[in-house]
Design a protein around this ligand. Structure first.
Ligand code: NAP
Length: 294
């Protein structure tokens, strides 16, 4: 993919053929509503500085749903090279892209847009590969239970099946939404939590800092049934789920691991450079007030 790679035009230099310098497009952002508490600007700006792109800037882009179709096409002209997409725009942004990847289409959601110089808009989903990278173990023949049936659950289910998981069960507060997701992606809807190798929480439970697992179909004393627990939600001191999972002896992938993983893959698409993951991870884990997921 050539779109989004750092090039001489990043600093407004003249093209090899001479003439006027191309306008620099050195802006990035995260489109969401609400988005004020996103940690993405912090980790992405730390990465840009570490990569020698300190003249680039990654910012919050608060855009209400009714304005997305109007705002998004104007971003390249305003100097944007790419954008992350978070709640509630992941599906709508996919529909507005000209060049969605097969993965984003299969998942039905995008979290990464790249605006190419020729006007095309690439849409990818880096949440899915971030899960597989974070698990860092073969999934062939393994079983998984995914909690939730929203946009991130779609990416996690697709990723687990694509990586060879033998069975992926999906529980959701609203069962019909889980049934719809499973029919589309090939997983199995369940109305109660059974044992599995990997448990992935894709609900919003924990986002409010609650110290209990209320809202989930599982108690702290049952977490030993899962070798690995992944929580997409994060909060400064950890969520009730990650704390209980660690206490139960489970391997834990927390929401900050996932945030850095998807952000690193997005960074590479935006800039064409390797992501400085250690820098991004350190920035994400600085004590802070943020608790958003995207
Ligand atoms: P979404 O599309 O809005 O889906 C929300 C899900 O949470 C739905 O399944 C919903 O169930 C469920 N839910 C909400 N409140 C609940 C409650 N009180 N009890 C039980 N279930 C509840 O959101 P999403 O994009 O999938 O994101 C889900 C979470 O993951 C968010 O907290 C987000 O911040 C986080 N996230 C983190 C990362 C990361 O990089 N760390 C990436 C993506 C998402 P119903 O269908 O019944 O409403």
């Amino acid at each position: 993919m050539t779109a989004g790679r750092a090039s001489p035009s990043d600093s407004g230099q003249t093209h090899p053929g001479g003439g006027e310098p191309a306008p620099a497009r050195t802006r990035l952002g995260v489109i969401g509503w609400p988005v004020a508490h996103s940690l993405s600007p912090r980790i992405q700006n730390a990465a840009l500085t570490a990569a020698g792109l300190s003249h680039w800037r990654y910012q919050l882009l608060p855009v209400p749903p009714e304005l997305l179709a109007e705002v998004l096409p104007g971003l390249p002209e305003a100097g944007f090279r790419g954008a992350n997409v978070t709640i509630p725009h992941k599906e709508a942004a996919l529909a507005l892209a000209t060049d969605p990847t097969d993965r984003a289409v299969a998942i039905g959601a995008t979290n990464t847009l790249v605006f190419a110089d020729d006007g095309t808009v690439t849409a990818d989903n880096t949440d899915a590969p971030a899960l597989i990278e974070a698990l860092a173990e073969p999934l062939t023949g393994r079983s998984a239970l995914v909690l939730g049936a929203g946009g991130s659950a779609r990416a996690m289910v697709w990723a687990l099946l694509d990586a060879g998981a033998d069975s992926v069960a999906v529980w959701n507060r609203s069962p019909e939404r889980a049934q719809r997701l499973c029919a589309e992606l090939g997983s199995v809807p369940v109305t109660s939590a059974g044992p599995a190798d990997v448990l992935v929480n894709c609900t919003s439970v924990g986002l409010d800092g609650s110290a209990s697992l209320a809202g989930l179909p599982i108690g702290a004393d049952e977490l030993g049934e899962y070798a690995c627990v992944v929580d997409l939600v994060y909060s400064g001191s950890g969520t009730a789920l990650t704390r209980a999972a660690r206490a139960a002896g489970c391997r834990v992938v927390d929401g900050l691991d996932m945030l850095v993983g998807q952000g690193a893959l997005s960074f590479e698409r935006f800039t064409g450079r390797p992501a400085p993951r250690a820098v991004m991870s350190a920035a994400a884990r600085q004590p802070a007030e943020g608790s958003d997921g995207g």
